[in-house]
Design a protein around this ligand. Structure first.
Ligand code: ZN
Ligand code: ZN
Length: 142
């Protein structure tokens, strides 16, 4: 047994979540496979832990999303995707065809939101941009 620092455990603890094997496995797997769907996470975690129910993985993703350890992205018409990169306000590129999702850093070099032409009296404090298109694989296939 090694006793090295485990950042995932520290993050769970800091978020006030109990440290459980499925939670650690989900966060560790997601850290290397960003923008995965819940089903992909369940499949990946099963290879690490053996048997884990898909429902258990959904529960872990829900708890970690609420605790802001995981960010949930919901591209219209595609299953939700999850990632552990929560500390910033990056945007996403989504492939219309296969749903592949990639990070895009700030559209402008500021964490502040994009400014709508007319905010209609709303006090805007956030904006999320999804750039739709075809990923390199799908454009090559066309
Ligand atoms: Zn694609
Ligand atoms: Zn992302």
């Amino acid at each position: 047994m090694t006793h090295q620092v485990n950042p995932v455990r520290d993050r769970l603890k800091a978020a006030g979540l109990r440290i459980t094997a499925p939670r650690v496995a989900v966060l560790e797997w997601l850290a290397v496979h960003p923008h995965a769907t819940a089903d992909q996470v369940a499949e990946g975690v099963r290879q690490v832990l053996g048997s884990v129910s898909t429902q258990a993985v959904y529960d872990v993703l829900g708890a970690c999303t609420n605790a802001e350890l995981v960010r949930r992205i919901e591209p219209a018409g595609h299953p939700a995707r999850f990632e552990t990169r929560t500390g910033d306000r990056h945007h996403h590129l989504v492939c219309r065809s296969c749903g592949r999702t990639e990070d895009v850093d700030f559209v402008r070099g500021d964490a502040a939101c994009l400014e709508p032409g007319d905010a209609g009296g709303f006090a805007v404090d956030d904006a999320e941009v999804v750039f739709w298109g075809l990923c390199p694989n799908c454009s090559r296939a066309k």
